[in-house]
Design a protein around this ligand. Structure first.
Ligand code: FMN
Length: 175
């Protein structure tokens, strides 16, 4: 099995998962910066990890925009974020709809992991972006329960990474 784990990680949690996965699968974990689809043609299994930023999976277009070149391979995308994993409406609808077009979903298996958002570590632009997101969402009339939860999550503060979460992904990659 010829496998690679690629990641884009600003604060380190997506990278930590990439390294844990690579250790389990005995393969390389690599920052996706500068990597092109052509560089991936020699792999049978490609695992891509990206943090969620305003519901966009950072850098995942490396896979989703190159599906024609990559679709014969086992493709896995994992996300890291601060939204609790049992909020399936968020991950299976909002996040998928924004990142992976319905017609290519059959080629990509997606996993979601808890990430890290430590407020004292955030860059000033990221702090400002969170403030802005909170303000926009708070201005909505009659917010849904999901929207109310997303407003609260703008103030989340902590490291929720957990190696145990990779188990299913690792099993799937080995299948
Ligand atoms: C500006 C900003 C926007 C974010 N947007 C989301 C989001 O839409 N959904 C989510 O679950 N987490 C969101 N997060 C939390 C990050 O996804 C989380 O911290 C992730 O683990 C970061 O990955 P990294 O440590 O690899 O950079 C956001 C964080 C920041 C700073």
């Amino acid at each position: 099995m010829n496998t690679i784990v690629l990641y884009k990680s600003k604060y380190g949690s997506t990278k930590a998962y990439a390294e844990w996965i690579a250790e389990e699968l005995d393969c390389e974990a690599k920052d996706s910066k500068g990597v092109k689809a052509e560089d991936l043609l020699g792999y049978d299994t490609i695992i891509y990890g990206g943090g969620l930023y305003a519901e966009i999976i950072a850098g995942a277009s490396l896979i989703t925009k190159n599906i024609e070149k990559l679709k014969g391979k086992k493709l896995i995308i994992y996300t890291t974020g601060i939204t609790p994993l049992n909020v399936r409406e968020y991950y299976d609808h909002e996040v998928l709809d924004k990142n992976i077009k319905p017609e290519i979903r059959e080629y990509i298996k997606v996993f979601n992991f808890m990430g890290r958002m430590v407020l004292s570590e955030l860059t000033a632009p990221h702090r400002a972006a969170l403030k802005m997101l909170k303000k926009i969402m708070s201005g909505k009339e009659n917010p849904t329960d999901l929207e109310k939860m997303l407003i609260e999550l703008c103030d989340a503060d902590g490291d929720f990474t957990d190696r145990a979460q990779i188990k299913e992904l690792v099993e799937y990659a080995k299948m």
